[in-house]
Write a protein that binds this ligand. Sequence first.
Ligand SMILES: *[C@@H]1O[C@H](CO)[C@@H](O)[C@H](O)[C@H]1NC(C)=O
Ligand SMILES: *[C@@H]1O[C@H](CO)[C@@H](O)[C@H](O)[C@H]1NC(C)=O
Length: 464
Amino acid sequence: MGRAWGLLVGLLGVVWLLRLGHGEERRPETAAQRCFCQVSGYLDDCTCDVETIDKFNNYRLFPRLQKLLESDYFRYYKVNLKKPCPFWNDINQCGRRDCAVKPCHSDEVPDGIKSASYKYSEEANRIEECEQAERLGAVDESLSEETQKAVLQWTKHDDSSDSFCEIDDIQSPDAEYVDLLLNPERYTGYKGPDAWRIWSVIYEENCFKPQTIQRPLASGQGKSKENTFYNWLEGLCVEKRAFYRLISGLHASINVHLSARYLLQDTWLEKKWGHNVTEFQQRFDGILTEGEGPRRLKNLYFLYLIELRALSKVLPFFERPDFQLFTGNKVQDAENKALLLEILHEIKSFPLHFDENSFFAGDKNEAHKLKEDFRLHFRNISRIMDCVGCFKCRLWGKLQTQGLGTALKILFSEKLIANMPESGPSYEFQLTRQEIVSLFNAFGRISTSVRELENFRHLLQNVH
Ligand SMILES: *[C@@H]1O[C@H](CO)[C@@H](O)[C@H](O)[C@H]1NC(C)=O
Ligand SMILES: *[C@@H]1O[C@H](CO)[C@@H](O)[C@H](O)[C@H]1NC(C)=O
């Protein structure tokens, strides 16, 4: 008996050693494994695993979220696509048809949405009144005391240090409503040096990265520089690493969409968009990307968890009785709010939420400075979106950065105390309609990406 055991253990040991020896060198068998080999099990910097997210997202969240995003409240996004790029001025406006964005005719947008961008609650109506007063001059003495207070509060809200994005002035004549359902994010042919420059600036100048360290694949360098990069990344505090991972996750998510809605056929008779597995592999295959692809996909899940956590935290804000998804259609508005709350409760029930309290938790002064840095870097990225040459990409880039910015604002807001039901939600915390629309649409995009990964997993099973 004892000898048999010894033999067995010995054999297992040999097998294990053999595998270890080959593990590094051996090419994983299938195309699917080459993209997804690292994308399973636990994720770094959090206690969640990919399989739990997939199940939760694909079957419980994704279908309901899609339905919500088709509603009038969420499909019309007001955005200024004509803002000049603040960093350089030689933008090559690509002339491609697929880059065009069709703004809405003014009679398409429901009056309720047009009439006021903040018109979602009693309180907001009052604030709107105040804003008008403000434009006329300082706080109008004739306003009630209550209204004056609201004005001051609103002003504070406006220039508060909460905001992670450079917010478009939606009162500007250049800001227009866009129907997101009619202008879907998909492959536009926008690539090459211009697109590359945008991402490169984002990573190079805005991810806390010193110039001396090169990002992998930034200029086709070999293994050693890659190690330098990841050593550097590992050495960072969790917050700065998180920043990089969020940006990388966003980049990955956008590339998943472009691969899933690739322009497959372009004749005068018809255009067909669909999955392009080759394109997906070029972005995410472990071998073709020298190991980068699977990391990008992991960062996509990380981004998902961050936005998921923000949505669960912001639930009390949407539960306020006077909150409305106001479009002017009472019945529809009430149904939408019910669906929204159902989704948020579902999100809240997710068992493995990210713990944002591990962020900015150190020494108070240092944490404050770090948070400020984080915010400034992120704001900068939202401004870079005005430099994207292709309007369709600019639209979705702005929407997704604003959505992520709103998620960060929620996560790091001290005004929104999530876990104190007895005190009720703090009314100091506010979101504008534009922030709400971008928050949910941005999350909808990442949710779609996670769903699409399942499609690509299946498609890749037939590829070698
Ligand atoms: C903002 O971006 C610009 C252009 O990339 C860069 O020159 C500047 O240093 C950035 N500032 C911060 C705080 O990242
Ligand atoms: C898929 O994408 C690749 C580039 O990654 C391209 O060369 C190929 O033509 C595309 N396939 C189709 C059917 O459009």
